[in-house]
Design a protein around this ligand. Sequence first.
Ligand SMILES: [Fe+2]
Length: 175
Amino acid sequence: MTTQNATPRIGEHFLATPTDLGTDATRDISAGLAGLLADVFALYLKTKNFHWHMSGPNFRDYHLMLDDQGDQIFAMTDVIAERARKIGGNTIRSISDIAARQRLLDNNADYVDPQDMLAELQRDNKQLVAEMRRVHELCDSYSDVATASLLENWIDETERRSWFLFEACRPTRGL
Ligand SMILES: [Fe+2]
């Protein structure tokens, strides 16, 4: 005998927020967002790492620039995670979950030259843009315009960070 209004089982289906997007869209977009969230946390911590361990004659400028960038990067995290939940998907659960998913590499070196810090962050932001574009294409294929719209703003912000980092570590000429 079947029972209507049965209590949902605790597990994946219990967290399946209703959406018209379909199970394939929920699965694929949530996985894409989880990868992005792992990269964003990795980039946030590296940006703060270099903010904390900055040195040299440009200390104040670089220290403050990386603090601004860290705030901007961290502001993405909750929105990415909640976007996955809004469409019935799951998201990152722990530091070990981040480590398993991140594509951007950590830097645990004792000392990093300031120019190398900026160049590395510039490459990381550029890579993050490429990962965001891939998730944007996925969203387009499922008509998930809301996630695509968020990504468009984040791509612009990430390209701005990349621009500032590129200009700040450009070698001086003729001086
Ligand atoms: Fe600080």
